[in-house]
Design a binder for this molecule. Sequence first.
Ligand code: PMP
Length: 310
Amino acid sequence: MTNNEKKIWMDGFLVDWNKATIHILTHALHYATAVFEGIRCYKTVNGLAVFRLSDHIQRLINSGKIYFMDIKYSKEQLEKAVIDTINANKVGEESYIRPIAYYGYGKMGVNPLPNKVSVAIATWIWDEHLKKEKQYEEKGIRLMVSAWMRIDGRTMPFLAKATANYANSALARVEALKAGFDEAIMLNTNGKVVEASAENIFIVRDSLLITPPTSSGALNGITRDTVLAIAKENKIRYEIRDISRDELYISDEIFLTGTAAGIKPVAEIDNRSIADGKEGWITRRLKERFELVVYDRDDELSKKWLTYVE
Ligand code: PMP
């Protein structure tokens, strides 16, 4: 299917991809007053299914609440709209789904409240930048700690997946790419490790899995939560606690998690090799289990978390 034949859901209507446009004075474009989600639809052994749809839509609603958004659709309507969008596009493949709620065109000025809140849902097949290189599947990616600090809870609400937060992420990502790395790790204003520009981070030390708490500034990632559930199911010990920058360098394993990126092993941070630079056994085990869950081969968790499209 070419983009020309594709549809984007906009406030209840399936609009042609090329006609899915908005006014240049849309409030969200000028003042970053939008919240969004990133969801994945997997081609499972039993057909196409969306992973943790309910949790993603709940996070979207929560993000909207933080920004006083009056989203006109119920949770059920939004979930159905995601499925309708996938069906309308006859995707047939694993795809990425992007719902966004935004303050629209109306009254300019910092206050968004006079403007209508609109919702749009697009879907596409996405070769995310951390995914596309085959070598990373075996070798792991190279990271640098960014000079940009992660947004602080006193300046921005980090539990909202808001477009505004991604200006901070984009600066860090570009800094890393221009310096020849694959991704950035961000510290908070206390100097503790938070997350990557668009992924959560896990380290392993002495067979203990560790990830920073969401109170550090990390997004309450749905892949992060999935990994913690899989660790629990597989009796892998884990702790949620702050991580210092130097602890990264002496970890046995490090990996990133996210809807777009999946579970990505890390080979190097700041030019220091993580152990032997290869994917560690806990990362591999979690990745294998994760794939069983998302492709509907895990009795418990797949049933709980997959919503079939057809
Ligand atoms: N942190 C940030 C800043 C992100 O943008 C994302 C991607 N949504 C994540 C973490 C991972 O979250 P999830 O697993 O829900 O995709």
